[in-house]
Design a protein around this ligand. Structure first.
Ligand code: SF4
Length: 343
């Protein structure tokens, strides 16, 4: 276990105040090295050797260490990170057919939301991640696999149950003092925490929003997504209207389609009616099987009827490709064995 303070994820100013270095330009130099994926102070060749040594004695680059790194045949990479308190989390690099490289980041160790179709939900909840622990996932992926253009908060955990730290990490990714990425290239995905959506709209950089809707039928949704009991479909719609009225862009409605649960044409009609007045794109995702979960994949026939109904109602939709299944890195499949989380 490494107890030295880490510098990854800090702005040049924060590096100066953390290390006590007086020369302002040194903060920027160290920041640039970290941004480029340096893994040791030894690599920072434009710093005097004595300073590199001093830094190495008192600080480390990352507070997390890469425990495993695997790459699937389709290029998807999954890493498991060990945290300072021995907890384990996962992060994924997705490469789509246009070669767009997206980091999928976790925001919590486990998840308390209990969606019944999700492997992470079965882990239970251990703790929230700090903004630095979120940022380090991106930096590890980038230093292992090269430059990354996009970020989605769709790994382990519900980002909007950890809104404060998620907003801090968004500020780092988008601000000029941080990585200076465009907020348009970042998507926060939620199961529908209405308070968090409002806070994101009011306080965060203008990132994209994805909502795991799954079903617009209150009974079905409550059954498979217990969050519906506290954040009802009506209050969710109100929060999304607020997000769009405050400048939010088109919202992605994620719909994991599960055989015999929400794969009927009528489900698509309900989604169309519920989303009236919102600018949305429905992401139709055939549910990814997981051995521990007693659901089945939808049939191709039902999936096609579902999509045809969306089309008939003039609701834009995307049929999502399946990537990373070999690594259990596809949607709803991120989970580490909680027994390995020893804290
Ligand atoms: S789908 Fe998201 S919110 Fe639901 S249990 Fe899984 S990680 Fe948590």
């Amino acid at each position: 276990m490494n107890n030295k303070p880490s510098l990854a994820g800090l702005s040049p100013e924060d590096i100066l105040s953390m290390t006590g270095i007086k020369e302002r330009y040194r903060g920027r130099q160290i920041f640039e090295w970290l941004k480029r994926g340096a893994e040791s102070f030894e690599q920072m060749t434009n710093l005097p050797a004595a300073l590199r040594e001093k830094l190495a004695d008192s600080f480390c680059i990352f507070s997390t260490t890469v425990e495993t790194a695997e790459v699937d045949d389709d290029g998807t990479a999954k890493i498991a990170l060990r945290m300072h308190d021995d907890c384990l989390i996962e992060a994924v690099l997705l490469i789509d057919e246009n070669e767009r490289r997206t980091a999928c980041l976790s925001s919590q160790v486990g998840c308390a939301m209990g969606c019944s179709f999700c492997r992470t939900g079965m882990m239970g909840f251990r703790r929230n991640l700090s903004s630095v622990e979120i940022i380090e996932q991106f930096m590890h992926l980038q230093s292992l696999y090269g430059e990354i253009s996009n970020i989605v908060y769709m790994g382990m955990g519900e980002p909007l149950m950890n809104t404060g730290e998620v907003i801090k990490s968004l500020e780092y990714f988008t601000s000029e003092k941080g990585l200076g990425m465009s907020a348009r290239r970042i998507t926060v995905s939620t199961c529908g925490i209405t308070e968090g959506i409002k806070r994101l709209a009011d306080e965060a950089p203008p990132v994209r929003l994805a909502v795991s809707l799954v079903s617009a039928d209150p009974e079905t949704r409550t059954e498979i997504m217990p969050v519906t009991r506290t954040s009802s479909l009506d209050s969710l719609k109100t929060a999304l209207m607020h997000y769009q009225q405050t400048g939010g862009r088109r919202i992605t409605l994620e719909c994991a389609i599960i055989g015999g649960v929400n794969d009927r044409r009528e489900g698509a009609s309900l989604i169309a009616a519920w989303s009236e007045g919102l600018s949305v794109n429905v992401n139709v995702i055939p549910w990814n099987p997981a051995s521990e979960i007693d659901f089945r994949e939808p049939t191709m026939k039902n999936l096609e009827a579902f999509c045809r109904e969306l089309e008939r109602k003039k609701i834009p939709y995307t049929r999502r490709y399946r990537r990373g299944r070999g690594l259990n890195a596809a949607c709803g499949q991120l989970a580490v064995n909680l027994d390995k989380n020893k804290s």
